[in-house]
Design a protein around this ligand. Structure first.
Ligand SMILES: NC(=O)c1ccc[n+]([C@@H]2O[C@H](COP(=O)([O-])OP(=O)(O)OC[C@H]3O[C@@H](n4cnc5c(N)ncnc54)[C@H](O)[C@@H]3O)[C@@H](O)[C@H]2O)c1
Length: 404
């Protein structure tokens, strides 16, 4: 049977980032002819029902099906049934809690699918090496959703730094800070096993690597536990890390998830870079646009992340625009191109084509596994430094961290 040139997609997750970003992205890409069937697998049917209620006119296959399973009947292995139904032109999107990424990604590679994983790719460098080995053996595309790479403010920094306009890197300062409701409400169950650095700080580690191409040499981390312990949680309120890179430049990353819930935007964030010939400074929270309403008060808006607009394609429709959308859709389109370009090739030639293309992409801007490894390595190094009295952590040639 001839292929209709649409990829069937399986989203494993269904939680916050799925509902706010991934599902609308898949729906829009289905409208645009890139995606065919959408399958969504979550831990239980209550979550599938939430997704159905949020997108009532957009059909998808849900696992567990609310018509057959009780809302709280957890079905942690049902994603495998969904994976088996994708057919030869499928993509798997992994949006489960961080510690589940590795196994689900390895299973999807083994089943022959191309994959998009929410950041971080894995929690441990050794796990990331397993993903690298499996993806390279099977010639599968595995992108990590480091959405800052698609933010025009970050792309601009990359372009100008790579052109040499800022000269050699001296130092940088990144800040990213979330409101208290994240560890108190959304991540209550696992906040103590993670930290604001691992959850959001890693975005700026990856951004520095993306912008400069430098790799980390040494890390020391600091953390504070003052507010969250007063609520019965053992999680860090805030974590900071200083990262020395292989050219001797230094990035200071400052993170927190106990900011005021009355903040004018969800996330404080920005980046400053100093070089020998110039500097870059960007407030990634305040993009010079605010809305003030009786119902919601004063809000500073980032129009670049994931916003709803009136569509140019169909009057009356909504169009999703921004780097949140692009950092899924761009990888979907890479995967789509791989399938279209190889559809008539015999298997040996298809694999050779894939290998060539994947190597070419990984040497460039795509967050394929060897690139995603850098964020995983710094996250693991931060954990190691925090657990050892803020000692310096260094890396071996495979970016495995160890105390200096
Ligand atoms: N790139 C970004 O901006 C960004 C933002 C937020 C979260 N994330 C990452 O995305 C991932 C998901 O985050 P979230 O905020 O949506 O978390 P969440 O806790 O809201 O959702 C996780 C979902 O995983 C599902 N799940 C758990 N076990 C499962 C199983 N065995 N089979 C199928 N589904 C299962 C649960 O149903 C839950 O809905 C995390 O890795 C997080 O770090 C990325």
């Amino acid at each position: 049977m001839s292929w209709d040139k649409r990829l069937n997609a399986l989203l494993v997750g269904g939680g916050m980032i799925s509902q706010e970003v991934i599902i609308p992205t898949l729906i829009q890409e289905r409208r645009r002819g890139v995606i065919g069937d959408i399958h969504i697998s979550a831990l239980n049917s209550a979550i599938i029902k939430q997704c159905q209620d949020l997108f009532p006119n957009e059909p998808f296959y849900g696992y567990p099906d609310p018509a057959k399973y009780a809302p709280s009947d957890n079905q942690p292995a049902l994603y495998r049934e969904a994976m088996a139904k994708l057919g030869p032109h499928g993509v798997v999107i992994v949006a489960t809690p961080d510690h589940m990424h590795t196994n689900m990604t390895l299973e999807a590679i083994e089943a022959g699918y191309d994959i998009i994983v929410m950041k971080p790719l894995c929690l441990k460098v050794n796990e990331a090496h397993q993903v690298i080995a499996a993806a390279e053996a099977k010639k599968r595309y595995v992108a990590t959703d480091y959405h800052k790479r698609l933010d025009r403010a970050v792309r601009l920094a990359r372009y100008r730094v790579r052109k040499g306009d800022l000269g050699e890197m001296l130092h940088g300062h990144a800040w990213i800070e979330e409101p208290k409701y994240m560890p108190l409400k959304y991540f209550r169950l696992w906040a103590h096993e993670s930290s604001p650095f691992e959850y959001v700080g890693v975005h700026y580690v990856d951004a520095w690597y993306f912008i400069t191409g430098l790799t980390p040499k040494r890390v020391a981390a600091f953390g504070q536990k003052k507010f969250l312990p007063s609520t019965g949680s053992d999680a860090y309120d805030a974590v900071q890390a200083v990262i020395e890179w292989n050219d001797g430049s230094v990035l200071w990353v400052q993170t927190s998830w106990v900011c005021s819930e009355k903040n004018s935007a969800m996330t404080n964030q920005g980046l400053q870079i100093s070089g020998t010939k110039g500097e870059y400074w960007a407030d990634h929270k305040f993009r010079n646009l605010h809305i003030l309403t009786d119902d919601e008060g004063f809000q500073q808006i980032n129009p670049n992340f994931f916003k709803h607009y009136d569509s140019w394609e169909e009057d009356g429709d909504v169009e999703y625009v921004g780097y949140g959308f692009e950092s899924i859709s761009r990888w979907l389109r890479d995967i789509h191109a791989l399938h279209v370009d190889t559809q008539h090739l015999p298997e040996g030639e298809e694999l050779a084509y894939r290998e060539r293309k994947l190597k070419e992409w990984e040497a460039g801007q795509r967050p394929l596994p060897r690139q995603a490894l850098v964020g995983v390595a710094v996250n693991e190094a931060v954990r190691l430094s925090l657990a050892n009295g803020n000692k310096y952590v260094v890396f071996d040639e495979g970016f495995r961290p160890r105390l200096a």
